[in-house]
Design a protein. Structure first.
Lengths: 782, 324
């Protein structure tokens, strides 16, 4: 048996070497979208009837070194686009730029006869989720607001938190363990409206990819997932626009060429207007009242991007995201005025320079700025005869500011290797909390000292195909984090392999070690802006994880389906949590002059394991997916739950998502989703008692109570119509169609006992957030 | 519903006329109450348990045990502690034991420590039974009595307040190396202040003084500490600050002196309690239990009462008492 394995391996190696011995040429170029000339990442480029293939990088560049041949058939294939096939003579190195035309879903039925190469069984990467932006726009959404992160929540291995929240819980990890990158810039708090909407405007996005295991070495800094989003570059053809008017917000995107079509731009904005609409109603309601209350809430975001081709080999990009939420209440009377509220927002800017150094070497250098600010404010003014007689103000803020330099290289040395290597250095400045109180009380200025730190990562990875049926990605990342007086060095080996067992059928395995140097302290798990980002320090060690995953991947041609089954085990160390009884505003003590958040936290370990099943159909008249996850997550902290293991809040035994999109005809699209998830684990008191003079609650184990299961169905119908100069879509949606009363939180109330009138008894009350919610929106593009 | 769907599917916009009615019905259905009580079968169940509190100290004059019972939450809403009066409460040190009697006036089981001396370094066991429920607990009295070694006291004038002073006070003690120690601290300052009495009766001193105690307060992080990672080092208490303003009385007539009460610290009393681990863990969680705050993780209070709740702990007390 062993001998025959050696013989097979020897023959395979010889075959491989003989192929290598042939004279080779390099084919390279950029793949763009027809018309807009938008560069397309992830396009499969391969030679027919050969094992040679590659995919375009994030900037649409590919390089493929293949044996010389008089005639070869080269395919360019990408989901959502018509496949382009070229017959070429590969006699010398050649540059070949290609354009792909976007595919109409109905037409895709016709062309699906042509074999699509974008197959999960062909890729070495496992645990990766890709959702075409076009599909995201068709899936029903809360109040009709399309949300990238909420669509990712519908994938196996990815769980949502509480009702309506955008936080991602990937394979037992917390919402802070996701590296969310927009054009290379890290986004810290990716939510608007207390977590109900994500900050990403899908009109401005070109691609979205989620990796939840088997992480390539180019990614680092978070334990559980990478959500990589790239903004569109803007059409180089002519001015285009896209927008929508919804119940909550409206949005507008404009894109077009500039600089004699050597460059393009994109500007996309979104703003809510519930405050504007409600203002006259509130004013009318308070007419005649001495006290005027003016609540206000809005969020906005703005994406902008410009790029310019300096020459054939050099391109420059500048992109930015700016978004802010503001919630405030102003109470005004003749004698006093109080203005209080919350403000939080992100700003990111990325300057990138692409350089094609040679046919085989592509470089990208980025300068990145990212800033997150959270602010609570309150101002109280006492007035007499219109004059301010006394004033008190409080301002609490928490900030993060990053400057990064990143250099990435893609090198394609020969047929069977594709290397990526690079480095990233990020200078962080954290101001976890600062409280400034001024006024008629004693002035207070309590500031946690800003913490400066430097995070660096150096990586190399090789996608290597040692034999035709085996693809591997072997990588190594060395990350380091420098605090005031300590430097943490962490080697991170990465390995993925895919062995093709039969046509369109692969078995895959991966291992990845990850380190995380920034942590999120959350009391509520709701993704509120009050959650505090804190860095690794001399006392607080980086979080670490190791994840093993194995899986099967199968592609079917009829129907055009991808099927995957994966199992994983992940262990996490040095994960941190608030101590019991601590919160983000723990400022106690008469003489506190410095807040030491490190005293409020405790470190522990966790582990998660489970199985995920996904059947997905990305194209065609019917598309969608069914995803199921069976998982267990447990934590153990010496200082929580008396040191015993417990299920964290979002441990979820079963999680099921069904997503369907049906193109009835060119004018109508129907879509629906159904989700089911085991209830959250919660800590509930079971009794009360008096000890040392105080009445306290008796608890069983931490998180021993399970909330009721969550399930919900959403439906939507879209009516499309092409007008003379534009195309419009009416969308009517129903959120929570069958009006399931899902738990948002539970509270203990007392009520009269129905069996014993006159006696009050304690009951557990479920508070639900959203009943069935209809929505309507109008979208257009030109 | 059946009639509306074909309209949607055919894309006839006339179906939009039917939409408001369709949505209104859904909205009304959805706006039924979003608040519901859970069925009792889904609620966590619990039974009433004995709750015992007892702290032993060689420096204490009495041994006092309080026995109450817990009340399951999902039952009657009203709650007041029920003192268990007819329980058997037995304290033993492995060689001898004492049944502690119930004292009606204090609702506690109390005995003079002279009848059962508590010794440092010794292990004690407490058994409580009310005939139906029985609980036991044990603890070891810390061996060391650790007194404050010294203190620092300074004062500063308070701006814009003639005569007023701000005092700052801090104590130090040495942690014995090689053993786990847990401390709580307690102290007070005795304030002496002159009382305005312009015409004292004959035979009485010209100046009378008023004395009051000022408890030295700090948050729990300052008054409850362990020597983890600090074994064998010198501990510093929190720095206590107190401002004494006093009061002025203007001269009652020409040539009469003005009066100022001159408040000052006359005496300081500071105790370092060396706690056993049970007591420290209980006390720490107990002080952090702010379970009414929705933004705080609930605090689970540990208990070393097997089969019940509460705390059976022990401590020794070292005292620094200085007259200034």
């Amino acid at each position: 048996m062993h001998r025959s394995i050696y013989v097979i391996f020897f023959i395979a190696t010889l075959k491989c070497l003989s192929a290598e011995a042939q004279e080779k040429i390099t084919l390279n170029g950029f793949v763009r979208e027809t018309g807009s000339l938008e560069l397309l990442p992830g396009v499969a480029v391969f030679l027919e009837d050969s094992p040679y293939g590659t995919a375009t990088n994030n900037y649409g560049f590919y390089s493929l070194t293949v044996p010389r041949s008089d005639s070869a058939i080269v395919h360019f294939s990408f989901v959502g686009y018509e496949r382009t096939t070229l017959v070429v003579s590969l006699l010398a190195d050649m540059k070949m730029d290609v354009s792909l035309s976007p595919q109409d879903a109905l037409e895709a039925v016709v062309v699906s006869e042509k074999k699509q190469r974008d197959k999960i069984s062909e890729s070495v990467q496992m645990s990766r989720v890709e959702v075409p932006i076009g599909q995201i726009k068709k899936i029903p959404a809360f109040f009709g607001e399309k949300d990238v992160l909420k669509v990712l929540q519908l994938m196996p291995g990815v769980q949502k938190g509480t009702e309506g929240q955008t936080g991602l819980y990937v394979r037992g990890g917390g919402p802070d363990q996701n590296l969310i990158i927009l054009d290379d810039a890290t986004v810290y708090n990716a939510s608007h409206l207390f977590g109900f909407f994500s900050v990403f405007n899908s009109d401005a996005l070109k691609s979205v990819e989620l990796v939840k295991g088997g992480f390539p070495a180019r990614y680092g800094g978070r334990l559980s997932s990478v959500v990589e989003m790239n903004m569109k570059e803007g059409s180089k053809e002519k001015l285009h626009g896209e927008g929508g008017i919804g119940l909550i917000s409206s949005r507008l995107t404009l894109e077009g060429p500039w600089g004699k079509k050597k460059g393009s731009f994109l500007v996309s904005g979104r703003r809510t207007y519930i405050d504007v609409l409600a203002a006259p109603l509130i004013a009318r309601q308070q007419a005649g009242s001495n006290e005027k209350v003016r609540p206000g809430y809005h969020f906005y975001d703005l994406n902008a991007k410009m790029n310019y081709d300096l020459d054939e080999r050099n391109k420059l990009y500048v992109s930015g995201y700016f978004g802010q939420d503001r919630f405030s209440v102003r109470v005004r009377s003749a004698y006093d005025q109080n203005t209080s509220g919350l403000r939080w927002g992100n700003a990111t800017t990325t300057l990138r320079w692409n350089r094609l150094i040679s046919q085989k070497l592509f470089a990208n250098t980025s300068l990145i700025y990212s800033h997150f600010n959270f602010n609570v404010f309150s101002n109280q003014q006492e007035r007499y005869n219109g004059q301010v007689t006394d004033e008190f103000s409080l301002e609490y803020s928490s900030r993060i500011r990053d400057f990064s330099l990143k250099a990435d290289f893609d090198y394609y040395p020969d047929t069977r290797h594709a290397l990526k290597f690079g480095l990233q250095a990020t200078a962080h400045r954290f101001t976890p909390s600062a409280l400034v109180v001024t006024g008629n009380f004693e002035d207070t200025d309590i500031r946690a000292k800003p913490v400066q730190s430097l995070e660096t990562g150096l990586y190399v990875e090789d996608t290597w195909q040692p034999v035709n049926n085996l693809r591997t990605n072997i990588g190594f990342r060395l990350s380091a984090f420098q605090t005031a007086s300590k430097t943490y060095w962490r080697p991170e080996p990465r390995l993925s392999a895919a062995l093709k067992l039969a046509t369109d059928f692969s078995v895959k395995a991966s291992y990845a070690q990850m380190n995380q140097y920034v942590h999120l302290l959350s009391n509520t798990g709701l993704g509120l802006p009050t959650d505090l980002w804190v860095p690794t320090t001399d006392k607080v060690a980086p979080q670490q994880s190791g994840q093993v995953a194995i899986g099967l991947a199968k592609d079917l041609n009829r129907p055009d389906l991808s099927i995957s089954l994966e199992g994983y085990y992940k262990d996490m160390r040095n994960i941190i949590s608030y101590k019991e009884g601590a919160s983000f505003l723990s400022i106690e003590g008469e003489n506190a002059n410095e807040i030491d958040w490190e005293e409020n936290i405790t470190a522990g370990k966790g582990w998660s394991y489970g199985a995920e099943f996904l059947v997905q159909k990305k194209t065609g008249r019917w598309s969608g997916w069914v995803g199921y996850t069976l998982s267990w997550t447990q934590w153990q902290f010496p200082e929580l739950n008396f040191g015993k293991t417990f299920y964290p809040r979002y441990d979820r035994r079963h999680d099921l998502s069904v997503v369907g999109i049906f193109e009835v005809n060119k004018r109508i699209t129907l879509s629906g989703t159904w989700v089911y998830g085991t209830g959250n684990a919660m800590t509930l008191p079971i009794g009360r008692y008096t000890v040392f003079g105080s009445t306290v609650s008796e608890y069983d184990q931490k998180n021993a109570f399970r909330a009721e299961p969550y399930h919900r169905m959403d439906l939507a119908i879209q009516f499309h119509k092409k007008k003379k100069r534009h195309e419009r879509t009416w969308e009517i949606g129903l959120y929570n169609t069958y009006n399931r009363k899902n738990p948002f939180f539970y509270a203990i109330d007392s009520k009269e006992d129905p069996a014993n009138s006159g006696q009050q008894v304690n009951v557990l009350t479920r508070y639900s957030l959203f009943p069935v919610l209809p929505s309507v929106s109008y979208n257009f593009k030109f | 519903m059946k009639r509306i769907l074909p309209y949607f599917l055919s894309g006839k916009t006339s179906a939009l006329i039917a939409l408001p009615a369709f949505f209104c019905s859904l909205w009304l259905m959805g706006c039924e109450t979003l608040v519901d009580d859970l069925d009792r079968s889904r609620l966590p169940t619990s039974t009433s348990k004995l709750v015992v509190e007892c702290l032993l100290s060689p420096q204490s004059d009495v041994i006092r045990v309080v026995v109450t019972e817990s009340q399951p939450l999902f039952g009657p809403a009203s709650y007041s502690p029920t003192f268990i009066a007819r329980a058997s409460v037995v304290l033993s040190d492995g060689e001898k034991e004492i049944a502690i009697p119930y004292v009606d006036s204090t609702f506690t089981y109390t005995v003079d420590s002279g009848r059962f001396p508590i010794e440092a370094g010794k292990k004690y066991r407490l058994s409580v039974s009310d005939g139906v429920r029985s609980v036991t607990a044990s603890c070891v009295v810390p061996r060391e009595v650790i007194a404050p070694r010294d203190y620092e006291l300074d004062s500063l004038p308070v701006s814009d307040n003639p005569g007023a002073r701000r005092f700052r006070l801090q104590f130090r003690w040495d942690d014995p190396p090689g053993i786990k120690n847990y401390y709580s601290v307690f102290g007070y300052a005795t304030i002496r202040e002159a009382v305005y009495n312009p015409d004292p009766p004959a035979g009485e001193p010209d100046t009378n003084y008023h004395y009051r105690q000022h408890i030295l307060q700090h948050d729990v992080r300052g008054i409850l500490v362990s020597d983890r990672n600090l074994d064998g080092t010198t501990f510093r208490s929190p720095r206590y600050e107190l401002s004494l303003y006093g009061y002025h009385v203007n001269p009652s007539g020409p040539g009469e002196p003005a009066f100022f009460s001159h408040p000052t610290i006359a005496r300081i009393h500071y105790e370092v309690r060396n706690l056993d681990e049970n007591y420290y863990r209980f006390y720490y969680a107990y002080n952090n239990a702010d379970n009414d705050n929705p933004f705080v993780e609930p605090t689970l209070i540990p208990s070393n009462i097997e089969g019940g709740l509460g705390c059976f702990g022990a401590y020794t007390t070292g005292v620094l008492d200085v007259e200034l």
